[in-house]
Design a protein around this ligand. Structure first.
Ligand code: FAD
Ligand code: SF4
Length: 509
């Protein structure tokens, strides 16, 4: 029974369910299509990463004697869509079925759902078992719970997997060492130099093509140095475990004016396209702890991101899509300002976060959440526009992980499906957790006036504007008490300044 086996750009794992029972006569289809490269204007480094990794993966399959039908972006006759390429492959050979692993995004899930009817060939969609927690397990956990909280889920996964467990107790005595992850980077501390991968001939030719075709997309391509093979991803993982993990926990939340990567893992693109598995990265971190090479608060912090946040976010996405993306709890309607795409701004935290995003297709979690995310939340930017931005600009952005992080965690547009309150913060937070403010044109201590940090008056305006939705939230009570204690004149001034700022921003958008 010859099968057409489709591999998507984020399914580059040799043990993918699609590839487990390949027979003689089967054809593996991999297709670079314009539709996938442009449904948002992806960062050129992201397109390069995916296409170069696909080409290397196809080569590896061919070396293993698999029959690969590989469609290049520029090939004559390329239909430009996955559906079109499946159709062309079916015309070119005789297949009794199409086999694939479930797509990671709702958009493609819908597209695939039509194939059986439109092509008259059975379509076998296999469960993606590359995650630690299956979607069935997540649904069972979430069922009948009034609130979904990552911490509760995470503890269950720790128990299920035995990761960092000593019997039925957490290793080191605590489940969560988050409170030890909030240190400022000392002035004389130098984070490790990060591993870069020189593009080989295959990657260079992708870079050239991407540079020509997508020249109008936001983002630099010149400095491209992401790994594009499993061997390189494994090297990146080893480098993180040895050189950065021991410092990961302490400075996890810090934002540096000079350092783009600090002690972060830089492995999310590899995890998300299938070059690394979540289990093996946890195993590597836990081995470092057991060998005495990394302290518990760093290893726990890392393992929590992987088996906690990453798996939890995926569960939320599939539990609530497609309605999830449409929720608008805070009725935010302003357009995304041009400085997200690199136009000048005097807000140093934003300029610096956008600059690393442009340079590296990367910003770390706190930059995404507490700078660009926080600003969009406070300013009331339309969620769909913010989400399209996040989906476009990061090398690791795929909707199943981007959307709940942006829509739910950063923007609170879902009304609190999993965040107990909005991550709204004034300039004081950014000042505490970064060294941006010292060099900024604005003053994080001033609430009004020409030098006042915009995050300050926007924060209080946000609270006042959203009182009806947020004031009853138990975790917002203190913020509203503080708002209500404020001098009415100060409040009036801050709201006036916020309105002027937002109107001017909108005029320039
Ligand atoms: P580290 O900080 O070193 O963390 C280690 C790993 O933990 C990451 O590689 C990642 O796989 C995982 N992780 C950590 N936090 C999360 C999280 N909240 N959700 C899922 N996985 C997590 N992550 C993506 O992979 N793709 C996205 O499109 C994405 N969009 C985001 C949008 C917003 C608004 C926010 C606030 C966060 C987003 N994240 C996203 C989560 C997080 O910012 C990135 O996973 C992380 O910055 C990747 O860099 P790193 O590998 O150096 O991670
Ligand atoms: Fe950002 Fe305000 Fe600090 Fe400037 S003062 S860097 S705008 S938080």
């Amino acid at each position: 029974m010859p099968s057409l086996r489709l591999i998507l750009g984020d399914q580059l794992s040799r043990d993918l369910p699609t590839l487990r029972d390949v027979d003689a006569g089967d054809v593996v289809l991999m297709a670079e299509v314009q539709e996938e490269a442009t449904y948002v204007p992806h960062h050129p480094q992201k397109i390069t990463l995916v296409l170069a990794a696909m080409r290397h993966f196809a080569q590896e399959l061919e070396e293993d004697d698999l029959d690969v039908r590989y469609v290049h972006l520029g090939d004559h006759g390329n239909s430009g869509s996955l559906t079109g390429e499946v159709g062309r492959a079916l015309e070119a050979g005789h297949f009794d079925r199409i086999v694939l692993t479930e797509p990671g995004e709702w958009r493609l899930h819908q597209e695939v759902a039509d194939w059986e009817a439109s092509y008259g060939v059975p379509v076998e969609v296999r469960r993606d078992d590359r995650f630690v927690c299956s979607l069935e397990r997540f649904r069972a956990w979430a069922k009948d719970r009034k609130q979904l909280r990552m911490e509760h889920f995470y503890r269950e996964v720790r128990r299920d997997t035995g990761y960092l467990m000593e019997g039925d107790q957490p290793a080191g005595g605590e489940w969560n060492y988050d409170s030890e992850n909030r240190k400022r980077l000392p002035k004389n501390e130098r984070p490790p130099k990060r591993l870069r991968f020189e593009p080989d001939a295959v990657t260079q030719s992708v870079m050239k093509e991407v540079g020509n075709r997508f020249a109008d997309h936001f983002g630099d391509l010149d400095g491209f140095s992401w790994g594009v093979t499993r061997a390189q991803a494994l090297k990146a993982l080893k480098h993180f475990i040895v050189d950065a993990l021991p410092g990961f926990g302490d400075y996890q939340d810090f934002m540096s004016d000079d350092e783009d990567f600090l002690y972060h893992a830089l492995i999310s693109p590899y995890l998300n396209i299938g070059l690394l598995s979540p289990r093996e990265v946890c195993d590597a971190a836990i081995a470092a702890y057991e060998d005495g090479k990394a302290p518990i608060h760093c290893v726990e912090g890392f393992v929590r991101q992987i088996i906690g946040w990453r798996e939890f976010i995926r569960g939320v996405y599939w539990l609530y899509m497609p309605d999830y993306a449409e929720t608008q709890a805070l009725k935010a309607t302003r357009p995304l300002p041009g400085f997200y795409w690199g136009e000048d701004t005097d807000m140093r935290c934003i300029a610096k976060t956008v600059a690393t995003t442009r340079r590296n297709a990367y910003a770390h979690h706190i930059q995404r959440l507490m700078v660009t995310g926080n600003f969009a939340l406070l300013a009331g930017i339309r969620p769909a526009e913010v989400e399209a931005w996040y989906l476009a600009v990061y090398a690791d952005a795929f909707e199943w992980v981007e959307l709940p992080n942006t829509h739910g965690m950063a923007l609170f547009a879902d009304g609190g499906v999993f965040a107990s309150k909005p991550y709204a913060a004034s300039g004081a937070y950014i000042n505490r957790m970064s060294d941006y403010c010292a060099k900024c044109a604005f003053d994080p201590k001033q609430k009004t006036g020409a030098e006042a940090c915009p995050f300050n008056f926007l924060y209080w305006d946000f609270l006042a504007r959203n009182r009806e939705v947020l004031a009853d939230n138990p975790r917002m009570k203190l913020a509203y008490r503080n708002l209500d204690k404020q001098d009415p004149d100060l409040q009036k001034d801050m709201r006036g300044q916020a309105k002027k700022f937002l109107d001017e921003m909108e005029d320039g958008a």
